[in-house]
Design a protein around this ligand. Structure first.
Ligand code: C5P
Length: 293
């Protein structure tokens, strides 16, 4: 009988995101510098007598067979071609990452399931085979497999490791009860939004490992094309941005929002800011950047 396995599924933020163009397949080509965080969901794989899988999720609304964890299992089972010969597994997903918040929670769960089941079922798929399977499940899944700090291209599925971001505390905040559909945010993009901001200064800051250049990047006009779509439509998000600025922090939006984050060098200052944002009624997480694996 197989042993139980516990796998972490870390959240991501986009340190910078530029949407380049709409593609004929409905997706968008983009350039993004992505960063993994300490905030994570957990997946528990446990043996079960009957073949196939059962799925449990701590968040009842996510517990259907359409969850990316089940879709990852189905994809691997299909690739393995072994069907009922695969050892039975009970998959439990414990959610910590806010849902539909631009933090890649579902994608990371899929990546963790792919890695975990590849090992649990002894399939021996290579990392590049897992990347290919991940890309079939979602644009951010390959990054979640790679981890650390990386540059994403194409629709996000082409990933290349970058020099690791220097350690930072990360204050993550979002207005309560606000969820955004990635498809709707991308769907609302106008041609005038595209091609901005240019990511070169961010890429240089990371290559140079320069906190000064990083600070300049976040103090600049924009870090994420999608912010121009989301921000004007959501007053609570504008208020959250002002609250960050009043605390002397430069926030950036992650993915298609509504999560906003700011990097911070000092734990004491990060704690003070996190408490102030919480007192203003926001949902707040204090976490940190994960180094390259
Ligand atoms: O790849 P994923 O399933 O996470 O994408 C969700 C939706 O976000 C897509 O159906 C598409 O509408 C939009 N999207 C996009 N361009 C990307 C990534 C996502 O238009 N590069």
């Amino acid at each position: 009988m197989n042993r139980a396995m516990l796998i972490k599924a870390p959240a991501k933020i986009n340190l910078g995101l530029t949407v380049l163009r709409r593609r004929p397949d409905g997706y968008h080509d983009l350039l993004s510098v992505m960063q993994q965080l300490s905030l994570a969901d957990t997946i528990l794989l446990e043996p079960q007598e009957e073949p196939g899988w059962r799925f449990f999720c701590s968040e009842p609304s996510l517990s259907g067979e359409d969850n990316l964890v089940c879709r990852a299992a189905a994809l691997l089972a299909e690739k393995a071609g072994l069907g009922s010969a695969l050892p039975g597994v009970k998959m439990s997903l414990f959610k910590n990452i806010p849902v539909a918040a631009g933090l890649g929670g579902g994608s990371s769960d899929a990546a963790a399931a792919l890695k975990g089941l590849n090992s649990y079922w002894g399939l021996g798929l290579s990392f590049s085979e897992l990347l290919e399977a991940g890309a079939q499940l979602g644009s951010d899944v390959p990054f979640c497999l790679l981890g650390g700090t990386a540059l994403a291209q194409g629709r996000g599925e082409k990933v290349a490791a970058m020099p690791g971001l220097p350690f930072h505390w990360v204050i993550l905040a979002m207005p309560p009860e606000m969820h955004l559909s990635t498809a709707q945010v991308y769907g609302a993009l106008e041609p005038a939004h595209l091609l901005r901001p240019r990511l070169e200064p961010l890429i240089e800051a990371i290559r140079e490992r320069s906190k000064r250049l990083l600070h300049l990047w976040f103090a600049g006009e924009s870090t994420n094309t999608l912010e121009a779509v989301v921000m004007p439509q959501h007053l609570p998000l504008q208020a959250l941005k002002r609250e960050f600025l009043n605390l002397g922090l430069h926030p950036a939006m992650s993915g298609s929002g509504p999560s906003m984050f700011a990097l911070c060098d000092s734990l004491v200052s990060a704690r003070v800011a996190a408490r102030a944002l919480e007192d203003a009624g926001n949902r707040v997480f204090l976490c940190w950047t994960k180094s390259n694996p």
